[in-house]
Design a protein around this ligand. Structure first.
Ligand SMILES: Nc1nc2c(ncn2[C@@H]2O[C@H](COP(=O)(O)OP(=O)(O)OP(=O)(O)O)[C@@H](O)[C@H]2O)c(=O)[nH]1
Ligand SMILES: [Mg+2]
Length: 472
């Protein structure tokens, strides 16, 4: 007997009730919502995302309804996420959109969902993007996202789409100017809807005037302007054709666009989660308010407050210099050492790693942000074997992690410090290491270490810089 399918499995099977439930969880910022996104993510990226934005009442929903018709006629399934400007007076237009798209409510190839604009702690853009992902994972060929274009939130939503359609109406010449800075920049296609009304051509002309400021060289896409009458359907086929043209012409750069989107999303999630964590686990009740009071009273400044928060949230953050990486302990009998550290103290010991250059086996024991390193000689001429023979087992060295080991060594040399290693050599876990002589470090053997990640990041940066220098 097989277990009942999970919510994410049902989403992947295209079950509309599961899709509705998943989107509700995302809207409520429930952890199960994030869980569904995690589970279905590998199955996303198939659907083409169309963003439709424009001022309130521009006819977006009517237009989307017509687009659904076009898409269905061409045999494609459609998901719609409509973001409603929930007004405090009417209590929302959720029903409005459903009524406008009513023709398709009974069609199993269509799923329409309204999202309220209010009450999203973590950002409406994220909830919308995730709802679109759920629809994508459920197998819809095209996902349309309708949103009112006013603020940053909406611009972020439009960025969620593979193609952005900006809807204007006759008489919005002034609006065209006003929109210039924001939403105009992200328009891939302009629609002048309500073309049955007086002044449609003037609106087209004012968009033209803006577009003519840009030469659109190098085969760059020049946003076309399509006149539509959503109520009658006139021009909607032209809009569909413009979308298909855009899709074909930008197919090669779609991956890039989606990658930029992923970057935006990850950065946003990271910021959201950090702020959340600080509020919940770092600052005590009322402490944030007290910090703000101190800023208001000019007793401190915003930079100092953020420094303090970072210092407490991530103790290693923001401090220049080096972090304690680990303390090396020379071991005579490994079994006896493990009997103490692992069995008696109850610490977890990582799988050993052999460092050939030192003829030792290293057993790391994570301890907070740093670690203990039990060092076992693998040969009698190993420095550890000699150390144990001479002084017995015990503290052997202290390892400090630095960002740039070569820069650190150069600095030490400048200060007349005696080095054991003049140049770095390979250490455990793909790192670079170098030892400072105990005679220069007050009787302590100090090891400097540049972690593999820092090394790789630097190499990547250097390669990129070299490539850029060559291209110049
Ligand atoms: N004359 C005319 N009216 C239209 C046209 N398209 C839509 N309308 C009407 O404009 C009104 C608003 O249409 P919606 O589709 O709800 O507009 P919307 O942009 O989705 O509105 P919100 O979601 O509330 O921002 C409705 O009364 C439509 O019937 C058109 O091409 N011509
Ligand atoms: Mg609408």
């Amino acid at each position: 007997m097989s277990a009942a399918p999970t919510l994410s499995e049902r989403v992947l099977q295209g079950d509309p009730r599961a899709v509705a439930r998943a989107i509700s969880l995302i809207e409520d910022e429930a952890p199960q919502g994030a869980d569904v996104v995690r589970r279905v993510f590998a199955h996303t990226g198939r659907a083409y995302l169309i963003g439709i934005t424009g001022s309130p009442g521009a006819g977006k929903s009517t237009l989307v309804d017509r687009l659904i018709g076009e898409l269905r006629r061409s045999g494609r399934t459609v998901g719609v996420v409509a973001v409603d400007p929930t007004s405090p007076y009417s209590g929302g237009a959720i029903l409005g959109d459903r009524v406008r798209m009513q023709a398709h409510v009974a069609d199993p190839g269509v799923f329409i969902r309204s999202m309220a604009t209010r009450g999203h702690l973590g950002g409406l853009a994220r909830a919308t993007a995730e709802a679109a992902q759920v629809l994508d994972a459920s197998g819809k060929d095209v996902v349309v996202i309708e949103t009112v274009g006013v603020g940053q939130d909406e611009i972020d939503i439009v960025r969620t789409a593979d193609v952005s359609v900006v809807t204007l109406v006759p008489g919005s010449g002034d609006e065209v100017q006003a929109l210039k800075a924001g939403i105009m920049e992200i328009a891939d296609i302009f629609v002048v809807n309500k073309a049955d009304r007086e002044g449609a051509d003037r609106t087209v002309a004012s968009i033209e005037a803006l577009l003519s400021l840009d030469a659109y060289g190098d085969g760059r896409w020049r946003p076309p302007i399509v006149k539509t009458e959503a109520t009658t359907g006139k021009g909607v086929a032209d809009l569909m054709a413009a979308i298909e043209r855009f899709r074909a012409q930008t197919a090669a750069t779609l991956g890039e666009r989606r990658r930029a989107r992923a970057e935006f999303r990850v950065r946003e999630l990271m910021a959201h989660r950090f702020v959340d964590y600080v509020g919940r686990d770092v600052l005590g009740a009322g402490e944030f308010a007290a910090m703000l009071d101190r800023i208001a009273a000019r007793e401190t400044d915003p930079y100092s407050v953020v420094d303090e928060i970072f210092g407490r949230a991530i103790p290693a953050a923001g401090r220049a210099g080096a972090a304690l990486d680990h303390i090396g302990i020379a071991v005579g009998d490994l079994e006896e050492a493990l009997a103490f550290y692992r069995d008696a103290l109850g610490l977890e010991v990582d799988a050993p790693e052999t460092v050939a250059s030192q003829r030792v086996r290293a057993h790391f024991i994570p301890a907070g942000a740093a670690a203990l390193e039990l060092l076992e000689a693998t040969s009698d001429d190993s420095p550890i074997a000699k150390y144990v023979a001479r002084r017995g087992p015990g503290l052997h060295h202290v390892t400090l992690r630095v960002d740039d080991i070569r820069a650190s060594l150069a600095r030490l040399r400048d200060h007349g410090v005696r080095l054991i290693d003049e140049t770095p050599r390979p250490g455990a876990h793909g790192s670079l290491v170098a030892f400072v002589h105990p005679s220069s470090a007050h009787g302590v053997l100090v090891e400097l270490k540049e972690a593999k990640e820092a090394k790789e990041a630097k190499e990547l940066k250097e390669a990129k810089e070299a490539k850029e220098a060559k291209e110049r």
